[in-house]
Design a protein around this ligand. Sequence first.
Ligand SMILES: *Cc1c(COP(=O)(O)O)cnc(C)c1O
Length: 428
Amino acid sequence: MPMPAPNANPTPPRKTLPYSRQALGEADISAVVEVLRSDWLTTGPAVERFEAALAQETGAVHVVAVSSGTAALHAAMFALEIGPGDEVIVPAMTFAATANAVLYQGGRPIFADVDRGTLLLDPAALEALISPRTKAIVAVDYAGQPCDYEALRAVACRHDLPLVADAAHSLGARDGGRPVGSLADLTTFSFHPVKAITTGEGGAVATNDARLAARIRRFRNHGIDRDGNRVAQCNSPPDVAGGAWHRPMVELGYNYRLTDIQSALGLSQLKRLEPWLARRRAIAGCYDAALAALPGVQPLRVRRKVAHAYHLYVVSLDAAVLGLNRAEVHRQLHARGIAAQVHYLPVYLHPYYRQRFGTRSGLCPAAEAAYERILSLPLFPAMSDDDVADVLAALEGVVGAARHGAAGPPPVFPHVNLPFDAGAFESP
Ligand SMILES: *Cc1c(COP(=O)(O)O)cnc(C)c1O
């Protein structure tokens, strides 16, 4: 068969680029295989090593690994003894799991509005919602940017409330040099494949409070006390104290354990967190520079002194300037193979919340206005420079075509050349 002419199809339609995806190498695979050949599959020595490595990374004294970011949030609510009648303030602009965790404990999530520029929990909006029923505050490091924890802590301290950070987006981020994980009383992480590092499914809670850490450890294991024998022998009648087999369940917990298989993957991934974050920041910097020349497409504001983790690169689209609404931009980008996404519908507008709590539009105006305009562009460390250029060319194509007619202007982003640490993607 004759070879096709080299220029027969100069621009084949690209394979769809997701908004995020894991990076997995041979080192990760070997680490998992090693556990599969060992004596321990579930919670054992690899979990302990993963927890120690996460403590090192986050600057927290205690880290407890659990089976998902959602389990981490549930464990945080449990440790803080949230129960029926209690209110927990959460930002409206987050993934549903942040608020669902409050419901698991029988509490009620109260939705606070976010800052229009950063989409982070607004300290003033938060303080206005505090009532005698408020038992905790959850902040979310939306898109990977740490919240203003100094301001949030001031509010929390004034009202003697614990502060939880949902840091599912912000592993490795810093605020004023301090790592996420040591900025709130409890910090939760997720290791879902779209997040900074992955264990398939997985999560963790970081804290400096030994008592909270011990409660979470027990909670992830059915409420069974690890030091049960000692406790039982001291406090229980002889017939329950039992022998060496005795493992008393002292409260209602769950099976939220992470496995050694997953932890080996997490440990291996964590070694490349820094180069991956550097790559995310370089791509974000490239987007920033290019979008400065594109009216009507504006990145979120980044707070001063923040080292952003860039889980998401979110732009706000001005339909009046573009002559196109967000839905249309989203559709046209997908048609060009760019799977941009929307994060998030304000949680209280989900059908379940509307039905159960009667919440509706108007509750958090800034979050709702943002929701109409936001779009997350693809951003993950394994993206090539060509992928980045394709995203920008597609965006320019969609937006430019709307502004200048079908032909559109010539592309303004002809060349992308970013630092790329190939070693971060290969086995040593
Ligand atoms: C991903 C995510 C979670 C839940 O994490 P899972 O590991 O998927 O359970 C919670 N909160 C936010 C903000 C998230 O993005």
